[in-house]
Ligand binder design. Sequence first.
Ligand code: SAH
Length: 390
Amino acid sequence: MINITLKPKKEETLKRFHPWIFSGAIEAIKGTPEEGDVVRLVDNRGNFLALGHYQIGSIAVRVISFDDRPIDAEFWEEKIKRAYELRLALQLIHGANNTYRLIHGEGDTLPGLIVDVYGDSAVMQAHSIGMHHARTAIASALKKQVPDLNNIYYKSDTTLPYKAPIEKEAGYLLGGESTGIAIENGLKFHVDWVKGQKTGFFVDQRENRSLLEKYAKNRSVLNMFCYTGGFSFYAMRGGAKLVHSVDSSSKAIELTKQNIALNFGDDNRHEAFAEDAFKYLDTIKDKYDLIVLDPPAFAKHRGALRNALQGYRKLNAKAFEQIKPGGIIVTFSCSQVVNRDQFRLAVFSAAAQSKRVVRILHQLTQPADHPINIYHPEGEYLKGLVLFVE
Ligand code: SAH
């Protein structure tokens, strides 16, 4: 295993268990590691610090172990066992719910790895070459540790670093036949992990959707950026008067319609439209008294922060202008680089522009199966506000 020596004092973040080493912290590399190799990090006196996956880029190493141990089948099994036991303790694995995130990168001390489970199927994404190289070992460990798993779909063709000199890959590592139906809090969803976005479904909104259900009774609901319709189903079940689902992707709208039919049959309270959010929101004066705004990440990196904040302000300003008095806005940001205060400030500016009385009812975050490693605050990405608008 190749040793990487850090510059003096650069070991301090590792001693506080932060799992990233930036390239500027490196003093010397003994040998020439390939991207994705497991390397040993040592301080400038040669003392062991951690093991991690080597990467080319500003983050040079992502730590997978603070113990000096072999990275073998037992290693992957232990990690997955612990993650599975946590989800069991969270009561996410039972009849009415079989959809959960099993591995959440740094939050499960496995930077670069995401695994979502839908009943008997797991969808795995590698965001680093190190995890890509380990994919078959990880799949074997999943098979061993997660009961009743029949399919493992590996989907890393869009998530691996752009410049990596490897073949991008998507396909089954186990099984290959599944109904593709996931159950979340008793609601059924077709999940298309092969063609859909991310792992096929946004598992991270489960609790926020449940909260919305409580507020939906007799309301006219707009679910903007609906994707496969998540928030719409909960609104329907919660007794909404009408539910309109909007997304710019016509494929997403098709999936939403299918999913509504799967749960509610031919229920004419629901309609779905393939339209652009910014245009649609200009034409809905007093039409809705519950609006959900769950846009894609407006900023994927630091450089895009300013524009992203403006985007959130503009989007929310439209909702404040249009919503019926006494209405509720449920608004989110899933951009990792936008922090909670920045998002709140953007929404505050939007509210002020509308001159309406606005009160914060709830402050929302990601659910417990997307845990935040306390040593890696960057892991907190989902922020939401429930607002009452007079
Ligand atoms: N709320 C969803 C997840 C939203 S993901 C859920 O609970 O599952 C973001 C969605 O925004 C994607 O489906 C994407 O197609 C859609 N989108 C992106 N840009 C858009 C735009 N300008 N107008 C409308 N929808 C847009």
